[in-house]
Structures are given as C-alpha cells and as structure tokens.
Ligand binder design. Structure first.
Ligand SMILES: [Mg+2]
Length: 388
C-alpha cells in the first residue's frame, strides 16, 4: 500500500548554511558596495521526511549572514522544532508573536523578521511538496506558469552595455541604479533611455539616496525619459508628507517596499497610494504569508505588486511563485550580476525569454537540493533536530 503524506507537518529538523562568493567586480549601490555575495539557505524537514527550502536576507550588513544563521538556530529553532502545523501560514504569525519581546530587547527587528521570512518560505515549500504541486498552484489553482520579468542590479554607468547583453539574454525591461552623483547620473540615465528598442521599459532605483529637494530636481530633469518607475528616491522612512509632495510633483510613478516591514506599514502606503509599485521582499519580511497578503491588498487598491529580490536562487523562485499566484501586471526582479548562488539553481537560471520568466511544473519551489557547485563557498553549516 502506498503511504500518502499527511496534510499536516510536524517540524523535526532545521539545516542552515551560509555562503559567500568573492567578487572581482563589487556590486555598487548609492549607499555602499557589496564586496562579496552572501546567502543564507535553510532546509526544514518534518517527521515524515518531507522538506522545504527557504532563504534569509543577508545582503546587509556585510557581516550579517552568519549572524542570521546563528539567530535561527540559537533563538528561533526551539520555537519551530516539535511544532505541528495544519497549514503553512500558521507559523508566521506565531513566530512574530513569540519573538516580539526578544527582538524588542535587542533592537534587532530586521534579523528576526528576515529569519522568520526564510522559515515561512521553507514551510510553504514543504507543504506544496507534500501536496505534489508547484508552489504557485498550491497557492492558487489558476496560477499562470510564467511571469513578466526585468533585468536588475545594473549600475547606470554600465546601462547601455548591460542592456545590450541582457536583451540578448531575453529581457525586455531593465532597472538601473542611480544616486551616485547628480549630473553624471542624469546624463548616463538619458543615454541609457535613448538606447532602448521599441516596446522596452526602463526603471531607475536611487536606493534612498536623495533629500526631498534633490529628488524633486532629479525627477523633474528626468520627466521626459519615459521611466517606468523611480524606486526609493528618498528615505523609505521619510515623513509621509515628503512622499506625497514628491508623488504630486512628478508624472513618474514611484516604487518602494524593500525597506518596509509589517502589515501596518504596508497598509499605510497602499492606502495613501504614494507608491504605484509596491515591492515587498520575500526574504526580508513576511515570507510567502506576508508578501501574498501585501500583493493582494496592493492589487485591490489598483496598485501593482512587484516582488523585490536581489539574492540567491531560493528567494528568486519564491518571488516568482508569489507573483505567478497573484497575477496582475507586476514584473519579477531578476538580478543579472554574476552570482552562482542564484545561477547554479537550475530552476532560477536562464528562464527568461521575450521578457517573461518561465516556471517549471516541478513541485514546490522546483528545488530538490542545493547545487553542488556552491559547496566551495560555504562559510558555516548548522543543524538542529527536535529534542537535541
Ligand atoms: Mg531597490
């Protein structure tokens, strides 16, 4: 007799590993340089041997990746192991509640939220795998199998060359990083915009670089470039009145969300509609549970959900599945900088054609095991089982 996996999961084991890929060419943002590409991958296993993968945000601070892995094992594992779940979304709200005092005590809201996000992705992958369904179909039976995508992580000074390359790789939309210095930025952005082919789209991301007057000046100067959106022109936590003033002053849609956490704060920006593109990061806050809710509320408000993500292959696949399950006109952010922690995952590499990212029919996130090629980049590996 074939044994059918149960629809509940008793969580029995956590494995977490940290990776760092050295870079010959650092990744630049307006607020700092990434000298290597880190990733924190976790695997959750239940008592029936079913498993799921998750990824924890680790791009910043530079020393943060190993800390998050230890936080998972020393502070959160005891709240996870031995737990029986009837549905994957049960874990997220329980962990938010259970870690509140500890996060408040140390002021480390971000690391706790990021570890919980990774656990939420893993438990969704686990349930989808047990159900024998791709994650997107587990979330929504009518989910499509491909999503619009854009090439991301491009410095504006490299805009024309990178877009030429990414066009050949199948992309039709591109995002460049700005905020490195007014005059040069604008000239390079204008030249990049002028290099686009008909039907292609260009977005810009200032990574919170500007004051309100600087942002107003840049957006005014860029008003004829036909930008699809301007992302984080000012601080994510700038007064709401600044965001409202900016949104009123420009015809360029504003985007943001990677530095917003929590249902209350997302609901605030969705209600005010200052952001036309809402971009939660699945590995920074919320996991599938939180981001799916934000995505639906954004769509209901007439806004566009675009997952933010610039990490490894697991988080990219989680973002793709949420977008496919949600629908709407949002695009998947696909980092195009060389990174084996993303590219070595078969499900995540070379999936873009004609501007769309194709998802497979494989169960869960489409990831059975970590690519063997990344083993050499491992800096830390920890395991914990229930009762030990
Ligand atoms: Mg951004």
């Amino acid at each position: 007799m074939v044994s059918v996996p149960s629809s509940e999961a008793c969580l029995h084991r956590i494995d977490v590993s940290v990776y760092r890929v050295p870079l010959s060419v650092p990744v630049s943002t307006s607020f700092g340089i990434m000298a290597d590409r880190p990733a924190v991958f976790l695997r959750l296993t239940d008592t029936e041997g079913a498993f799921g993968w998750g990824e924890v945000f680790a791009n910043w601070p530079a020393a943060g990746a190993e800390h998050r892995a230890r936080l998972l094992m020393l502070d959160l594992a005891e709240m996870v192991l031995g737990t029986t779940l009837q549905a994957p979304s049960e874990l997220f709200s329980r962990l938010e509640r259970q870690t509140h005092i500890r996060a408040l005590q140390c002021g480390e809201w971000g690391p706790f939220r990021q570890v919980i996000a990774g656990l939420d992705v893993a438990v969704h992958d686990l349930f989808a795998r047990k159900a024998g369904l791709p994650l997107r179909t587990f979330l929504n039976a009518k989910a499509l199998d491909c999503v619009p995508a854009y090439a991301s992580g491009i410095h504006v000074k490299d805009g024309i060359d990178a877009i030429t390359l990414q066009r050949k790789a199948g992309h039709r939309a591109f995002k460049v990083k700005v905020g490195f210095g007014g005059g040069a930025d604008l000239a390079q952005l204008s030249a990049t915009a002028a290099s686009l082919k008909p039907g292609e789209r260009l977005f810009a991301d200032a990574n919170q670089a500007w004051s309100l007057p600087e942002a107003l000046a840049f957006l005014n100067a860029a008003k004829d470039l036909d930008l699809g959106w301007m992302e984080e022109p000012i601080l994510a936590d700038a007064p709401e009145s600044d965001w409202v003033e900016l949104a009123r002053a420009t015809n360029i849609p504003l985007a943001g969300g990677e530095n917003i956490a929590g249902r209350v704060d997302f609901d605030r920006v969705i209600t005010s509609k200052v952001l036309k593109y809402v971009q939660p990061d699945v590995a920074k806050w919320g996991g599938i549970s939180g981001c799916l809710g934000v995505a639906h509320r954004a769509l209901e408000a007439g806004l566009t959900y675009c997952p933010h993500f610039l990490g490894g292959g697991i988080g990219l696949m989680a973002s793709a599945h949420i977008l496919a399950a949600t629908g709407g006109s949002g695009l998947l952010e696909v980092d195009v900088n060389p990174n084996p922690l993303r590219e070595d995952f078969k499900a995540a590499a070379n999936q873009v054609a004609g501007g769309y990212f194709k998802l497979s029919e494989d169960i869960g996130l489409g990831i059975d095991e970590l690519p063997p090629g990344i083993e050499r980049f491992k800096t830390l590996e920890l395991t914990k089982t229930f009762g030990h």
